[in-house]
Write a protein that binds this ligand. Structure first.
Ligand code: SF4
Length: 173
């Protein structure tokens, strides 16, 4: 009888824990599905980074959520969502994770998620976004060989947050 009581108590505690973690997950604006990977905190074991040897591209999304046969990458940003939609750099980062998921699993994610402090934005992984990623990677490779590389944006906030600002001749702030 004592054993049965203890088993029931453990079951109730386990169910409450599960309910609470699902509530927190949903409250964070993240999708339903099994979390198969997390690169934040200690709650899940950190697994290998995603890697595409053909493009020599490597990356770790903050979460990977399984939905059916597909893995959805989730990138978490600490700031609020930009009023005009995700910055180009955020889109490209998410596109890179979508590409890496496809390269590693053979399943193309239809979309990825950017979780900002105030809301979550779903970004379709369209052929156009994939093409934009490929062109950007090609430009990056070309720039590595170039003697001079110039600023490609007009956002003072990006320069303020940049670690190269003190050494950069084209810093906007
Ligand atoms: S400080 Fe220079 S390197 Fe950094 S973001 Fe601005 S332009 Fe780019």
């Amino acid at each position: 009888m004592l054993f049965l009581g203890l088993a029931l108590a453990f079951l109730v505690v386990g169910l409450i824990g599960l309910w609470w973690s699902r509530r927190r997950w949903a409250a964070a604006g993240l999708p339903h599905g099994q979390i198969v990977y997390a690169d934040v905190g200690d709650a899940f074991p950190v697994q290998e980074a995603l890697y595409d040897p053909r493009l020599r591209l490597v990356g770790r999304p903050d979460y990977l959520v399984r939905q059916g046969r597909t893995l959805i990458p989730v990138e978490v940003k600490s700031g609020r969502a930009p009023a005009r939609g995700p910055y180009r750099s955020h889109l490209l980062q998410l596109a890179a994770y979508c590409h890496l998921v496809e390269a590693q699993t053979g399943q193309r994610p239809p979309y990825g998620l950017i979780r900002y402090a105030d809301r979550t934005v779903a970004v379709d992984y369209t052929p156009a976004l994939r093409e934009h990623l490929m062109q950007t990677l090609a430009r990056l490779r070309a720039d590595r060989q170039a003697a001079e590389v110039h600023r490609d944006h007009h956002q003072p906030a990006r320069c303020r947050a940049c670690g190269y600002r003190d050494r950069c001749d084209e810093a906007l702030a």
